[in-house]
Design a protein around this ligand. Structure first.
Ligand code: C2E
Ligand code: MG
Ligand code: MG
Ligand code: MG
Length: 292
């Protein structure tokens, strides 16, 4: 057998690849029923305004807790779902659950806030995307400004013309557009100028790396200045330390998200936090109005 011939050298590699493919197939076989059984959960990671450290929003991040396999990492299953097409359905589920949560908070008189949801690169090519999103916000009697749509930078560079058209349409409808993972892709400054976006979300490698530490003042200051000039707000994600926070504050970054403040948490926990810390005055819904 092959194993007999090459055993020591090839078997471990082969097994790993084979296991991965088996795992992918196993996931594909059960994803639909996992959704029906509500194994996918929405977690919310608080977003804070740097200026006064007030809670002003959140990002919705999907979690999959499988009864036997345990916690599955989105970094693993999201790319698979983008490949096999299931992401379209899962994202719509996440958007719907997120809007249901916002509606519940508003009904209970909590501070009105907006929540960022991730929009996969695969969703962008769905011709019904705008209709679907509008139907979801209307179903929960919300306005599009309650949702920030996060689209990763690399999706924009994949197919700029089509993406710009689609995103402009969404923005014209009132959704707030965030460019996620900014700094990880290759958008040119000229392109950035033409992008119909409201918010830059800095890639976290950028905040965390040693290089960023040494060169950060210059580069980050430049990005903030650029954002100001383009009338964009800036969110930093992956903020884990006081030092990182202080640096971002010093250079005038607007919002932060990161373990330094809070990890993503179940909706009911976020609701408690909102009741305790939510800023009923100025908030990100209001901030967002500036752009609409
Ligand atoms: P992302 O949209 O860039 O989300 C930020 C990721 O950073 C999240 O990982 C979050 O848990 C993590 N994070 C937040 N603060 C910190 C920090 O201080 N330190 C570190 N090391 N990490 C931090 P997560 O939840 O594992 O998600 C990974 C990626 O999967 C997301 O990156 C997003 O691209 C995708 N994803 C997650 N949920 C959804 C979803 O509902 N739909 C789609 N289409 N993609 C999703
Ligand atoms: Mg995101
Ligand atoms: Mg992302
Ligand atoms: Mg990101």
């Amino acid at each position: 057998s092959i194993k007999g011939q090459y055993g020591k050298y090839f078997a471990p590699y082969d097994d790993t690849l084979r296991n991965r493919l088996l795992k992918e197939q196993a996931i594909t076989d059960i994803m639909e029923s996992a959704l029906a059984k509500e194994q996918f959960q929405i977690y919310l990671q608080p977003k804070y305004r740097i200026e006064d450290e007030k809670l002003v929003g959140a990002e919705a991040l999907v979690r999959w807790i499988h009864p036997e396999w345990g916690f599955q990492s989105p970094a693993e299953f999201i790319p698979l779902f983008e490949k096999n097409g299931f992401i379209t359905k899962l994202d719509q589920y996440v958007w719907d659950k997120t809007c249901a949560a916002i509606r519940e908070w508003e009904d209970e008189g909590l501070a009105p806030i907006s929540v960022s949801v991730n929009v996969s690169r695969a969703d962008i090519y769905n011709a019904d995307l705008a209709d679907i999103l509008i139907r979801i916000v209307q179903k929960h009697n919300l306005s599009p400004t309650h949702l920030h749509l996060e689209i990763t930078e690399s999706a924009y560079t994949e197919n700029p013309t089509q993406i710009i058209d689609t995103v402009r349409k969404l923005r014209d409808l009132g959704f707030i557009i965030e460019m996620d993972d900014f700094g990880s892709g290759y958008s040119s400054l000229n392109m950035l100028n033409e992008m119909p976006i409201d918010i830059l979300k800095l890639d976290m490698k950028f905040i965390q790396s040693e290089t960023a530490k040494q060169n950060s003042r210059g580069i980050l200051q430049f990005i903030i200045a650029l954002a100001r000039w383009l009338h964009l707000s800036v969110v930093a994600e992956g903020v884990e330390t006081q030092e990182q926070f202080d640096r971002l504050k010093e250079i005038g970054c607007d919002y932060v998200q990161g373990y330094y403040f809070a990890k993503p948490m179940p909706c009911h926990e976020f609701k408690k936090l909102l009741a305790k810390e939510g800023d009923a005055g100025e908030n990100s819904v209001m901030d967002a109005m500036k752009y609409t």
